[in-house]
Design a binder for this molecule. Structure first.
Ligand SMILES: C[S@@+](CC[C@H](N)C(=O)[O-])C[C@H]1O[C@@H](n2cnc3c(N)ncnc32)[C@H](O)[C@@H]1O
Length: 340
């Protein structure tokens, strides 16, 4: 586990049991809304708006991993907080929700810097309009907004308030780096092969790799004599701290992770940690080396089959929203027990 000073706030592996009292697992529906809600029904589908789909993935993650025994055999140790890597997290909504509503230390890994202003604006609107928030929290109604349902947990979990008494949320940590075959090869060298691949030499190559490949104020050239203020307190810039994150990760997730899809699975298999990925696009011209039965992987169904060949233990399920070409809903995932 990695201690970022907030460990006490997050669920530990042992309490990766998420307790309804302390988290935002959806509460039982109020009697007046029974029938309108679709709690955890994987056979039902919802026409989730694009920005809401990630909430369906969050529910899957909580149900699948944050229960007794689901991660408990992880080799990551048992005395700190669970670390989730949200690869290709984009604007970082998933990690923001996991961190603030569920108390999970989810770290975004994407070359792009996360932005939480839209979520914060929506949250403040709901705080200022409690009647509207109550209406929007009812699942099954056209007005449903998943964030509205999380408001009690967001408010209860927050430790700081602004001068209007509104909760101040915590930005999840993030690392600006591509997750690709190069990163996986470096992690193999420095974490898995470790001393056998040269000890200090391996660490030095890691440092060099990190400073060349990551996007942070230390490696972006100055422009007009001014250096870019590219990092903030939430960004993990230091190579050794970044390495510590990869060493201590307990779960790797990727929702529509574009070019990072295969590398997420490779990284999880390398580090022997559970993963859950929802593949989307194939990018055949960027990955000409992928083949299935001697033929190049070009379409989505072939990508899924290709990824499935990586480990016999890979499971699949679907998220409860209507799939389209751009809203893929198949989750490929493994639990700790699937590694045995
Ligand atoms: C379709 S967006 C999904 C973002 C987010 N998961 C969501 O659902 O809102 C794809 C994201 O993948 C990121 N990405 C693409 N290739 C990547 C790579 N090799 N490593 C990490 N992130 C990558 C992009 O920067 C982009 O933010």
């Amino acid at each position: 586990m990695m201690d970022d000073g907030n460990a006490a706030r997050y669920p530990t592996l042992r309490c990766i049991v998420i307790d309804r009292e302390k988290t935002s697992l959806p509460p039982p529906p109020p009697p007046s809304t029974v029938g309108a809600t679709i709690p955890h029904n994987e056979n039902s589908t919802r026409a989730y708006a694009k920005r809401f789909r990630v909430f369906a993935f969050r529910e899957f993650l909580l149900r699948t991993y944050f229960r007794p025994s689901s991660l408990s055999s992880s080799g990551g140790g048992n005395d700190g907080a669970a670390v989730v890597l949200d690869v290709a997290g984009g604007n970082g909504h998933l990690s923001w929700i996991l961190r603030n509503a569920d108390g999970i230390n989810s770290i975004v890994v994407d070359p792009v810097r996360p932005k939480h202003d839209r979520l914060i604006k929506s949250m403040n609107f709901l705080i200022d309009h409690p009647d509207e928030a109550a209406l929007r929290s009812v699942e099954g109604l056209p007005t449903h907004q998943p964030l509205a349902r999380l408001m009690p947990s967001l408010i209860e979990n927050c430790e700081r308030r602004d001068d209007r008494g509104r909760p101040i949320m915590t930005s999840p940590s993030y690392m600006r780096i591509r997750v690709d075959s190069k990163l996986v090869a470096m992690l193999r060298k420095v974490i898995v092969d470790g001393p056998s691949s040269g000890g200090d030499d391996a660490l030095r190559s890691w440092d060099a790799y990190w400073y060349n490949e990551s996007v942070n104020s230390a490696n972006v050239p100055e422009e007009d004599g001014k250096s870019f203020a590219l990092s903030d307190d939430s960004q993990i810039c230091d190579s050794r701290r970044a390495l510590e994150v990869f060493r201590s990760v307990d779960l790797i997730v990727g929702f529509h992770p574009d070019q990072a899809t295969e590398a997420i699975i490779d990284m999880a298999l390398l580090l022997r940690v559970p993963f859950a990925v929802v593949p989307c696009c194939v990018f055949p011209s960027e990955f000409p080396e992928r083949t299935l039965g001697g033929k190049r992987v070009r379409i989505y169904s072939e990508l899924v089959e290709y990824l499935r060949t990586k480990h016999d233990g890979i499971r699949t399920t679907t998220l409860p929203f209507i799939a389209t070409e751009f809203a893929r809903k198949l989750v490929m995932y493994m639990l700790m027990e699937d590694f045995k």
